[in-house]
Structures are given as C-alpha cells and as structure tokens.
Ligand binder design. Structure first.
Ligand code: F6P
Length: 280
C-alpha cells in the first residue's frame, strides 16, 4: 500500500503543476457521461496512468475519463478507480478541485475496498488517506507532511445540498430546509472534494446528492466518487448512505454506475434515514 500512497503523492505534485498552467481549453473528446473533456482532465488522467503503470502491485485501473478499465499488471492485487480532476470546470473560476482514488483488492466492488484517498487542490494542496484511520497530510515544499487524524463529531452544523432543487422530491426539500431551520449553514461550492473535505475538517454536517426527477440514481459515480468518500467518512466516525442503505453495501454492475448519496455525521444521517424511510 505504501507504493500506492507514494505514487498518489507524485501524481498530486504533477497535477498541481498542470493546474497552475494557464492554457485551459476543451478537447474534441467527450467522457463517458457525454461531457466535453477539458485538456486538463485528459492531462491529469495521463499523469495518473503513467505513475500507476510503474507500481507492480496495481492490477487494473479505471478512470472517470476512460470508458473501460485498463489492465496494468497481471500479478498485482489492487484495483484502483480514480477521478483525475473532479469538478475540473471550477479551475476556470479559481475554486478548489480534487483527485479521488478508491483502492480495491481483487475487483471493483464496495466490499473489496481497502483504502481511499483524495487530494484537494485549493490555496493549499492537502491529501486525505483513509486506511485504518482517516489522516490529513499537507504539501509543504516538495513533501507531504502528516497533519492529524480526522474524526467527525456526532453532529455538525454545515449543509451541502447537491442537485438541481427544481428536480428534488418535496420531502427531500423539506429535509434540507429543516436543517437550515435548525441553524445549519449553507456550504456548497459545486466541487465534491472541497465540499466534503470542509464538512470532514469542520467536524460534521451533511453533504447530499439525492436521486432527482431527471437523475433517479443521482449523479455521482460509485467507484470513483461515492465509495471512496463513504470509506473516508466511515473511517472518520461518520456515516454514508444512499437514503436507506449503507453505501458500502451497494453493488456495482458497471464501472460508471451512479448512486444517490448522503455523507455526514451520525445525527444528520439518522435524520436522512428517518425521512427516506417514511417517504421514498
Ligand atoms: O462529479 C461532478 C461534480 O462536479 C461534483 O464534484 C459535485 O459535487 C457535483 O458534480 C455538483 O453537481 P450539481 O451542480 O448538480 O450540484
């Protein structure tokens, strides 16, 4: 696992440099969700592929930017699913973005996840690695330094509601409004990595991306986005559900499958469960 952790650190330093270059254009290609890919997305994908190709313990990689999984080493045991630069269009408006990695053993399945990692590219570069604990690291000069273990409180005070409100179910809107009435504050940038990172570092709250009338299975991808954050939140003492079921108990039929998802501390997730049990 150390070789993977080191490879992710190398990708983070190279991606940081790629983000800092001002040439940000669109390519002629589109990704599996039909979005036109930014040159930067493709570049970050290549950086990760290059670095992972040099790690013998990695069997197969799957990228948000690639249609199919790619075999690297027949003898390796780890399967890594990654989103090279989540929220990449936010680079244009100078907001934070991030890379997400789900590390699976033997196959791409939630119950085979052994670790997850994400990197936040903001005013600083931070990396959170979840294995037995969820740990924060900060890039200082050319090295990542361990900062602290992250633990969520029982209840937080931030609310990050994703998706287009017009397409929310009425009971979902009522639940989101209910948190605001209780004093929760809105914190939503449109970048999953910084939005979930903020809730983790500030002790707790709720990030939700529900199933909506236009996207009944939500928008966020299970292997690259949902499972890695579910693993990090649960390891930090929080919870992660699809409304009813623990996200880490979900199956995944295709590498680009999506799921509704709710990440938070225990108090907020208990509320989501109550509301969804009564309505959905
Ligand atoms: O994966 C795509 C993404 O940009 C996430 O980073 C983010 O949480 C989400 O989409 C935002 O979607 P919406 O604009 O629908 O709330």
């Amino acid at each position: 696992m150390t070789d993977i952790f080191d490879a992710i650190q190398r990708t983070a330093k190279r991606i940081k440099k790629a983000i800092d270059v001002k040439d940000i254009g669109y390519s002629q290609q589109s990704n599996s969700s039909g979005e036109t890919q930014l040159q930067l997305d493709i570049q970050c994908d290549m950086i990760i592929e290059e670095e992972f190709s040099q790690v013998p313990s990695i069997h197969t990689i799957a990228s948000e930017e690639k249609e199919n999984a790619m075999l690297l080493n027949e003898a390796g045991k780890y399967f890594i699913a990654y989103d090279p630069l989540d929220g990449s269009s936010l680079v244009d408006v100078n907001l934070s973005v991030g890379s997400i990695f789900g590390i699976y053993e033997g196959e791409f399945a939630a119950d085979k996840m052994v670790a997850s990692c994400y990197v936040v590219f903001g005013p600083r570069v931070e990396m959170v690695f979840a294995h037995n604990k969820t740990k924060l690291h900060l890039l200082q000069g050319d090295e990542f330094e361990f900062v602290k273990e992250i633990r969520l409180k029982e209840k937080g005070n931030l609310n990050a509601p994703g998706g287009t409100q017009q397409n929310w179910a009425p009971y979902h809107k009522e639940m989101v409004d209910g948190f605001f009435k209780e004093g929760y504050r809105l914190r939503y940038s449109g970048g999953m990595v910084p939005d979930l990172h903020q809730i983790l570092l500030k002790g707790g709250g709720l990030f939700s991306y529900p199933g909506t009338s236009d996207k009944p299975d939500g928008k966020l991808r299970k292997l690259f986005e949902v499972f890695p954050f579910a693993f990090a939140y649960k390891t930090a003492g929080g919870e992660a559900i699809d409304g009813k079921v623990d996200l880490m108990e979900l199956g995944c039929a295709h590498i680009h499958d999506t799921s509704a998802c709710f990440f938070g501390s225990k108090y907020e997730i208990a509320r989501v469960k109550e509301v969804y049990a009564a309505n959905a």
